[in-house]
Ligand binder design. Sequence first.
Ligand code: BGC
Ligand code: BGC
Length: 434
Amino acid sequence: MFLWGTATAAYQIEGAADEDGRGPSIWDTFSHEPGRTRDGHTGDVACDHYHRWPEDVALMSELGVGAYRFSIAWPRVQPSGAGPANPKGLDFYERLVDALLAAGITPVPTLFHWDLPQAAQDRGGWLNRDTAHRFADYAALVAGRLADRVPMWITLNEPFVHMAYGHALGLHAPGQALLLDALPVAHHQLLAHGLATAALRAAGAGQVLLTNNCTPVWAASDAAEDVAAAEAYDILHNRLFNDPVLTGAYPDLSAYGAKELGFVRDGDLAVIAAPLDGLGVNYYNPTRIAAPAGPGLPFTDAGVTGHPTTAFGWPVVPDGLRELLTGLHARYGDALPPVYVTENGCSQPDVPGPDGTVDDQDRIAYLDQHIAAVHAARREGVDVRGYFVWSLLDNFEWAEGYHQRFGLVHVDFATGRRTPKASYHWLRAHLATP
Ligand code: BGC
Ligand code: BGC
């Protein structure tokens, strides 16, 4: 059965930043620092999903999706990132899970979507190997409450983006600009994934997945330097996070001057490569890479041109999703578990009309074409088993604050009012068509 769903993440929608014992996360800290997010926006209130979740479950039920991918905020469950569970934090997710199940919607929680407890950051965050072990403890606490009801789990969301944006470039929390010194963040997240997978299995949890952000990498030309640069970028963005999990080995990182990975200990790769029930793949756009213009990184982003763009300026290349999925199948063969597209979607200008409705024809075209690309990949032999639209609701788009709207449902952030867009009605009709 193909799983159709929508996706969200805790910090982007919940609000209620200090209710019921929730501790601060790195995103609370970061978004409150001057200049970090556009117009200083924070997730303090966001979509107020923490209070409005029954309405959001009803919206999904009406939409007719079979699954909902949301994330659990670690700092609600363990306010200081360690120690016993905060029961009120688990209560919230239990209520949500039970309501979803009652509505016939499969809950698909992600345990980490970038909102590390600030206290864990103060102990070194993902640069500290110990964080991987604390994450496994947290996974065990959540599974202890929910494993009997939740059939599908995702450990981490996009460890690449968390490493690159959060720790190499400083554009996301925790705001570190370590460039290549951020590499241990990749390994410690992957180790956390492996340890949490073991914890979930021990608790009798159902299926376990990891979600990676993947991009087809295009060389800017056939010149050998551009091709080599594209290969180096592919290693950093895609293979660094897929190879260890699917093949038990890191790719060759010598283009990055990292021949010996001193932070990898004996036995780590066996933990990381524990068999998975599926690979979650988030796709937004391909990346076009050229040889570096000077010293530093072994590539330069040449930009994808000649395609329409979203409000964010991201190129719209639906066939890139087919290319990505068939490419994963070609690269990993039998080592590739079933694939779920755990995020795909676009931000659009979305100006409400006088009656409050949003006629987002551009999003409808985007979704229609990307869903067609998934079907094309399936026809080419890729075992794709699900597709989740990013996102159910307009929400806090990280460093862009509330400026980028990705929702099927429009949110008026002043009032919290939800209004389904034309794309919501389109998807509803699409899902209802046999
Ligand atoms: C990626 C997105 C990512 C974003 C970070 C984009 O290029 O495709 O997945 O979230 O950058 O802002
Ligand atoms: C992230 C989402 C984000 C989306 C759009 C993905 O990288 O998982 O949290 O909102 O892309 O940028």
